[in-house]
Design a protein around this ligand. Structure first.
Ligand code: PEP
Ligand code: MG
Length: 549
């Protein structure tokens, strides 16, 4: 028996077999063809990698200047390296797959660099590895092979990327354990959506000897126990039964309204990443979807999802909701949610970089397609669109102009849609909260994205577990900004929701009530606990000053 400790991201007990995912191996699960086929794969992938690097070089010249961009040029040249090619072809002749041969040739080339005297040349070792990775990514279709799950397991790894998590067979996951990652990472958010007891940032990777063995995840204390002894296992089995029973008792609230003891309604919506999640949210008694993270549709695809594909997804969700609101957040790609086919230039500070609406306004065809899909889905239910990462009035106006153009197009094509479909914005930057009075004139509603609002207000990277104390969600600066956004929305006759993780914090429910927040949107497993909390509070005695003074 061995114990690891980390940060719990969802309270509950999971007991099951452990599956350790090692990323380096995962990529290589590809069929190996004849040497001719493998060589053809290599040459095609090399060409694509070189073209991508040349594109990166051109765009980096504008953003980083000639010196900063040179690395991409150098990598493009390195793809053509004679030694690299020779050893790839030799590897393939020996029976290796193209991907494996490239990885090995990259490693061999890096070793040649390391042995050089010159410090500059020594440092090129990492470039050789990087170039080989880029080529092998293309050989493997530029996507990570989905993690293959045969039976329900507890998944452990150093960390999981959002695109890996979206491709998982969710019915076969009992919980997550990661050595890195923070409470606000998208893996953690997904664990909460799926109600999976999970622990992140154990720092220590789980010993591979425990792969396939029994494991307990204690999402209450953040403990992970591998190879539990009989007594520990029996204790946890009893605790799991108890937790399951408390959950069952709460289910009595499933058809009750979310209102305080003095009758003030505060509807509870859900945050979801897919139509499958919508079903889970409805099963938990949600009153709408306050945040449909549409970027997951982009993360699961190998190329931009087209209008029809998107329309089908949003429409399916809208129909399932049967008149309950569906708020589709336009894609929030960038920062920690990367889709390779966007070919975004590497950035020094991705969280402060080209993400979500910023990409959409630079490459309007992406937003145009998405808005057409959302508008079309508005004919099939109670649908709204919501724009993330807003910092200025100009951005909102440009999105609205594009929305007007889409409406004109659909009208002339005689495609049905809801002409009054609302377009709201997220308040997730201090700038947006501070100019909320002006933004409220242009937006139909606000939704506070507290995860990013905390990160940008307190200058604390949401992915960095070391900063969890600094990223204090109850910080007065954060709460004052939320209060301001709510006041500005109401002054302009608009409504305001909260869809970040803060919405589920029972210590802040009174604050949200006092601010007159009109809707809280949480991961599905939190609907019933939050409903229980709201029903125990009185709106009249709720006091916001207590939180912001
Ligand atoms: C937020 O920032 O609070 C939010 C809801 O958006 P995301 O977590 O997807 O960035
Ligand atoms: Mg956000």
């Amino acid at each position: 028996m061995k114990e690891y400790r980390g940060k719990s991201v969802f309270e509950g007990i999971a007991i099951g077999r452990l599956k350790i995912v090692r990323h380096a191996e995962k990529n290589m699960t590809i069929r190996c063809g004849t040497p001719e086929e493998e060589k053809a794969k290599f040459f095609a992938a090399r060409e694509k990698a070189a073209a991508e690097l040349r594109r990166l070089y051109t765009s980096a010249r504008t953003t980083l200047g000639e010196e900063g961009a040179e690395i991409f040029n150098m990598h493009a040249v390195m793809t053509e390296d004679g030694d690299l090619e020779e050893s790839v072809l030799a590897g393939i002749e020996k029976g290796e797959s193209a991907a494996r041969a490239v990885e090995e040739a990259g490693f061999a080339l890096s070793q040649n660099f390391i042995r050089m005297e010159d410090e500059y040349m020594k440092a090129r070792a990492v470039d050789a590895i990087d170039v080989a990775d880029r080529i092998s990514d293309y050989i493997l279709g530029k996507t990570d092979a989905p993690i293959d799950l045969q039976e329900p397991v507890i998944l452990a790894s150093s960390d999981f990327t959002p695109s890996e998590v979206v491709r998982l067979d969710k019915d076969k996951v009992l919980g997550f354990v990661t050595a890195f990652g923070s409470e606000n990472s998208h893996t953690a958010i997904l664990a909460r959506t799926l109600a999976l007891p999970s622990v992140v940032n154990t720092r220590d990777s789980i010993d591979v000897d425990f792969d396939g063995g029994l494991c307990v995840v204690d999402g209450f204390s953040g403990r992970v126990i591998v190879g539990p002894d009989a007594e520990t296992l029996a204790d946890y089995e009893a605790k799991k039964r108890e937790t399951d029973e408390a959950g069952l008792r709460r289910r009595a609230l499933i058809h009750e309204v979310s209102a305080t003891s003095d009758g003030k309604k505060l509807p509870i919506f859900c945050n979801v990443g897919s139509t499958e999640d919508v079903k889970r949210a409805l099963a938990e008694g949600c009153e709408g979807i306050g945040l449909f993270r549409s970027e997951f549709l982009y993360l699961e695809s190998d190329d931009f999802p087209d209008e029809q594909r998107q329309y089908e997804e949003y429409s399916r969700a809208a129909k399932l909701l049967d008149g309950k609101p569906l708020i589709v957040r336009t894609m929030d790609i960038g920062a920690d949610k990367q889709a390779p086919y966007f070919s975004l230039p590497p950035e020094e500070n991705p969280a402060l970089g080209l993400r979500s609406v910023r990409i959409c306004l630079k490459r309007p065809e992406i937003l145009h397609t998405q808005l057409r899909a959302v508008y079309r889905a508005s004919a099939d239910g109670n649908v709204s669109a919501m724009i993330p990462m807003i910092v200025s009035l100009k951005e909102v106006r440009r999105v609205r102009e594009m929305a007007a153009k889409v409406r004109r197009e659909l009208k002339s094509e005689r495609v049905p849609f809801d002409e009054r479909m609302q377009i709201g914005i997220m308040i997730e930057t201090p700038a947006a909260a501070l100019i909320a009075d002006e933004l409220a004139e242009e937006a139909d509603f606000f939704s506070v994205g507290s995860n990013d609002l905390i990160q940008y207000t307190l200058a604390a990277d949401r992915q960095n577990p070391e900063l969890e104390e600094i990223a204090d969600p109850h910080h007065k600066a954060v709460l004052r900004l939320i209060r301001r956004a709510a006041e500005c929305a109401h002054a302009a006759g608009k409504w305001v929701g909260v869809c970040g993780e803060l919405a589920r914090d029972p210590e802040l429910t009174e604050f949200f009530l006092a601010c007159g927040v009109d809707e809280l949107s949480v991961s599905p497993p939190y609907v019933l606990p939050l409903r229980e909390k709201i029903r125990a509070l009185s709106a009249k005695s709720a006091d916001a000053d207590r939180f912001t003074r």
